[in-house]
Design a protein around this ligand. Structure first.
Ligand code: FUB
Ligand code: ZN
Length: 650
């Protein structure tokens, strides 16, 4: 079992408890109700029935298994453990002897495999299965699921090691999974296959023709499934009552269909438009982009190649400076669930899918470890608290799929979606949060995230204890308990959002050995500037019992939107510490929140322990004296339907 930092208290402990006690059981129930688990029973010939859900529905169950495994790794839960073990047994029964497991083909098109890789997500599903196997092994020490997923990975290496570029996936994910499996097992073929998949991208000859024929074929298969469903219902009339949940509503935009077709034909939607090192601008579907960028960064960490690293850093700069919302949300265009043009960041149309924020967390964690630059951990934190956290309601059982920054009518959270990719993705990321806090390399220790936890260090199981008051207050205390005096360079991130800071060791002021970061922060369209983050390095011999205090100031800041951004150019987003705030109608019933002008000097922070388990509100006034009541963006939409906006005039 891999020992990871245990999150002990505060904001994240409360959310992880909701995740472990409520969200994970709710999600299982929804997976059952929507037929997703039955699909495996049908594939395993344990149940008679009709397969329901999208061709990639398996992946939602795998992300659930990933989350459940990580939760079990933290604390035992017999009920959850039974669900996990029974599901693994079911997967064993559904898997074919050579390792293949993809219920869509197994049930609807037995014997057909790998024939529609651009569209039908076979590799994507298998990638999430592999990640679940890794999580289960790391969290519980057991090898049953790991053995199953190695059969999958071995099948892929047999089939695709020498394959042409047409056998690359239209939805990246397998690359991350194979690289992670390589990290865990050291088996070189997994690394090599991932590398080849990455290097083959953007090299499919005559891509427009290829994708056109894949779409045609896909439509043909869809139609066949529809006919089979009708035939099934004719002999099983009770199945006619089966209903999948409703789809996610999304904002209409002009020329949507034309732009979707162009994005897909050009390959940009799938990041198949150019070879990896030429992809210097984030384009297309943003979850796909984020998974590709994550895998490419993992590759760069492995090979040490600087050209690839430079490409990734350029792409990150383009994304953060011109294609990212102030919440860290990614993807302006609902019709491709993806990136728009530079500054095309309409707050109402925003897609900003929860999974896209998660993909960016994975990417930024890898970049932080590759480069040690504080900007990446800074963006991780920002997206964790804003673009990602908003995806789960306070009860753990209601979700957002897309995350606008302005909503005139309000947006109800849903218990489940027709495409339920976000809930279990969020649950698995939260359940793994401990893994993102520190990064150790030899005698260097980077403290990326200020989350209360206990972690092994210096030969001791609880060598580090971190207490952090974020996101409400900026007190960070680190207790160091190495087994014996320990020489180490401790690197502390001074977040981009922080005002002044003060550092003391055992109560006495301490000067850092070095402060590093950008000379000047790079301007961004959304006003949030991760490049303003810095690193303090403390290189010394640490004694058992040392106590290091870092006090960060959390000023209220108004982030002005670039005038070129439609719908909110020139307006500001109100922020405090790592949190973006919003006005929600329910708190401001007598004000037109979409037209109000804020008196910036009027804002003050007031803690409200009744809202969403306790949050800091920001109370202020408009220029005309009306009371304004801001709440953290992540907790909007928890009290019924009401309008919301992140942006106000000043
Ligand atoms: O296609 C699989 C997942 O479902 C994507 O990552 C999401 O954007 C949603 O379309
Ligand atoms: Zn999603």
């Amino acid at each position: 079992m891999v020992k990871v930092p245990q999150i002990t208290a505060g904001f994240w402990r409360a959310r992880l408890d909701i995740n472990a006690r409520h969200a994970i059981f709710h999600q299982w129930e929804q997976l059952e109700r929507s037929g997703c688990i039955d699909n495996f029973r049908i594939a395993a010939h344990q149940k008679e029935g009709f397969r329901e859900g999208y061709f990639f529905a398996d992946s939602d169950a795998y992300k659930w298994l990933d989350a459940a495994s990580r939760i079990l790794g933290e604390s035992p839960d017999p009920q959850l453990s039974t669900l996990v073990e029974e599901f693994i047994t079911l997967l064993e029964a559904a898997q074919e002897p050579d390792g293949y497991l993809y219920t869509y083909n197994q049930i609807h098109f037995p014997g057909q495999r790998w024939i529609n890789l651009q569209i039908e997500h076979e590799f994507y599903c298998l990638g999430h299965l592999i990640e679940a196997g890794i999580a289960h092994h790391e969290a519980t020490g057991a090898s049953r699921l790991l053995a199953l997923v190695r059969r999958v990975a071995d099948l892929l290496t047999r089939e695709f090691m020498e394959a042409p570029p047409t056998f690359t996936d239209g939805h990246e994910e397998i690359e991350i999974a194979l690289l992670r499996l390589y990290r865990l097992t050291g088996a070189r073929p997994y690394f090599e296959l991932a590398q080849r998949f990455l290097e083959r991208r953007g090299r499919i000859p005559l891509f427009p023709l290829h994708i056109f024929s894949q779409f045609r074929y896909h439509n043909h298969r869809n139609a066949a499934v529809k006919v089979a469903r009708e035939a099934y219902i004719a002999t099983h009339p009770e199945h006619a009552a089966f209903r999948l949940p409703a789809g996610n509503p999304s904002h209409p935009l002009p020329l949507a269909e034309l732009r979707r077709v162009l994005s897909q034909l050009s390959g940009k939607y799938f990041q198949q438009h150019a070879p990896l090192r030429k992809q210097k601008t984030p384009v297309g579907h943003s979850v796909r982009f984020g998974y590709l960028a994550t895998a490419a960064t993992m590759l760069a960490r492995e090979t040490g190649e600087s050209a690839l690293r430079q490409t990734l850093e350029t792409s990150w700069e383009r994304m953060t400076e011109r294609r990212m919302y102030v919440t860290g949300g990614l993807g302006a265009l609902p019709f491709i669930e993806g990136f728009g043009k530079d500054f095309e960041l309409d707050p109402e149309a925003a897609y900003a899918e929860t999974c896209a924020a998660l993909a960016s967390l994975f990417w930024n964690d890898e970049l932080a470890r590759l480069t040690h630059a504080p900007r990446y951990a800074d963006l991780f934190e920002w997206q964790l608290y804003n673009a990602a956290a908003v995806g789960m309601g306070a009860d753990g059982c209601s979700y957002y799929y897309h995350n606008p920054l302005t909503s005139r009518e309000g947006l109800p959270r849903a218990a489940w979606y027709l495409v339920p990719c976000c809930p279990s993705n969020l649950s698995r990321t939260w359940a793994a949060l401990g893994r993102y806090i520190f990064h150790a390399e030899g005698q260097d220790l980077w403290l990326h995230q200020y989350v209360s936890c206990t972690a092994p260090w210096g030969g001791s199981e609880d060598g580090l204890t971190l207490e952090a008051g974020l996101p409400w207050e900026g007190k960070v205390r680190l207790h160091l308990h190495p087994q014996a005096a320990q020489v180490a360079a401790l690197h502390l991130r001074i977040p981009s959002w922080a005002g002044d800071y003060a550092l003391t060791l055992n109560g006495a002021p301490l000067q850092p050995g070095a402060v590093s970061g950008e000379k000047q922060a790079r301007a961004t369209a959304c006003g949030y500037t991760p490049t303003a983050a810095r690193t303090l390095t403390l290189n010394r011999t640490w004694q058992p019992g040392d106590v290091l205090d870092l006090k960060l100031e959390l000023p209220i800041r108004l982030l002005r939107q670039d005038p070129r951004v439609p719908g909110c150019g020139g307006k500001v987003a109100v922020t405090r510490g790592p949190l973006v705030y919003c006005l929600e109608g329910v708190d401001n019933p007598t004000v037109d929140i979409f037209d109000v002008s804020l008196d910036p000097d009027s804002l003050r922070a007031v803690y409200d322990d009744a809202l969403c388990g306790g949050v800091m509100r920001l109370l202020g006034r408009s220029r005309t004296g009306e009371a304004l009541n801001f709440i953290p963006y992540f907790c909007w939409g928890n009290r019924g339907r009401s309008g919301m906006t992140v942006f106000v005039q000043v």
